[in-house]
Design a protein around this ligand. Structure first.
Ligand SMILES: Nc1ncnc2c1ncn2[C@@H]1O[C@H](COP(=O)(O)OP(=O)(O)OP(=O)(O)O)[C@@H](O)[C@H]1O
Length: 238
C-alpha cells in the first residue's frame, strides 16, 4: 500500500490556544478515515491544514513523499473538499457552475464528466436551472458534484451529513462508496457515529488537539469504539 499523506509533528496554534498538538500519522492510498471527536477537538483544523486552507504553526505535511512547501500550487487538483460552504455561483445554472470549475481544473471530456456527475447526484433534469432557484437539498447535491468535478485522488469532507436531507444523504453515501471502490483516499469528519463507522477502513478520534485513537476498523469492535469515543467526549469539551 502506498503512503499518500504523511503528517509529522503537525501543530496549529491560534494565539495561546493549541488547536492541534504535534500530531503524527500516515494515510495510505485507498484509506477511508472517519474522524471523530468533541467540539473544539481540532478536527476541522486538521482538515484545513491538510487541504492547505491554513498553514501550520509547526510540523510538516508530505503528499506522496514530497513536502507540502516543495509542491507547486498545481497539486491542489488532487484534492476535493466538501464542507459547509457550497462554493457555488447562484446566478449560474448547475451546468454552468460545473463547467466553470471543470475548466479551472482543465478537466478532459468535460461535457461527459458534467453529465455523469449530474446523473449521480440526480440533478440531470434541473441542469439548466439557476442555482438561486435550487432547494437546499439540491444545492447540497450540486456541491458534492462540484467537489468531484476534477476526479480528485483525495477527498476531504467536514461533517458532510450534517443538515443533509435523507435523499441527499443516500446519494452521498453511494458516491462515497463508489469513490472508495475506485481506490480514492477519503478523510471525513463526522458526528454521525454509525455512518462514520460503517463507511471507514480506519477510525481516528481527536481530543483537545491530540490523536487519542487511530486504528483499523477491523481491529476495533463497535462497542470498543463507542467507549473510546464517549470517554473522549466527556473529557474533551474545552
Ligand atoms: N480561526 C480560528 N481562530 C481562533 N481559534 C480557532 C480558529 N479555528 C479554530 N480555532 C480554535 O481551535 C480549536 C479547534 O477548533 P476546530 O474547529 O478544529 O475543532 P473541531 O474539532 O472541528 O470542532 P467542531 O466539532 O465544533 O467543529 C478550538 O478551540 C477553536 O476555538
Amino acid at each position: 500500500m502506498s503512503e499518500i499523506i504523511k503528517v509529522k509533528n503537525l501543530t496549529k496554534k491560534f494565539g495561546k490556544n493549541v488547536a492541534l498538538n504535534s500530531v503524527n500519522f500516515t494515510v495510505n492510498q485507498g484509506d477511508f478515515i472517519s474522524i471523530f471527536g468533541p467540539n473544539g477537538a481540532g478536527k476541522s483544523t486538521l482538515l484545513k491544514l491538510l487541504s492547505t486552507q491554513i498553514r501550520p504553526t509547526n510540523g510538516d505535511i508530505f503528499f506522496n513523499g514530497i513536502k507540502l512547501s516543495d509542491l507547486s500550487s498545481d497539486f491542489r487538483r488532487y484534492f476535493g473538499v466538501i464542507s459547509h460552504q457550497p462554493f457555488l455561483y447562484e446566478n449560474l445554472s448547475a451546468y454552468e457552475n460545473l463547467k466553470f470549475y471543470g475548466s479551472l481544473y482543465g478537466v478532459e471530456n468535460l461535457e461527459d464528466r458534467i453529465n455523469t456527475l449530474l446523473k449521480n447526484v440526480e440533478l440531470t433534469g434541473r441542469k439548466h436551472d439557476l442555482v438561486r432557484n435550487y432547494s437546499r437539498g439540491m444545492l447540497q447535491r450540486l456541491s458534492i458534484a462540484r467537489a468531484l468535478i476534477h476526479d480528485p485522488e483525495i477527498i476531504f469532507l467536514d461533517e458532510p451529513y450534517t443538515g443533509l436531507d435523507q435523499h441527499a444523504s443516500n446519494i452521498l453515501t453511494n458516491i462515497l462508496k463508489n469513490q472508495f471502490d475506485n481506490n480514492k483516499t477519503i478523510l471525513m469528519i463526522t458526528h454521525n457515529l454509525q455512518k462514520g463507522y460503517e463507511l471507514a477502513t480506519k477510525i481516528m478520534v481527536l481530543n483537545k488537539g491530540d490523536i487519542v485513537l487511530l486504528e483499523e476498523k477491523e481491529l476495533l469492535p463497535p462497542s470498543e469504539f463507542e467507549d473510546i469515543y464517549l470517554s473522549s467526549v466527556s473529557a474533551g469539551v474545552r
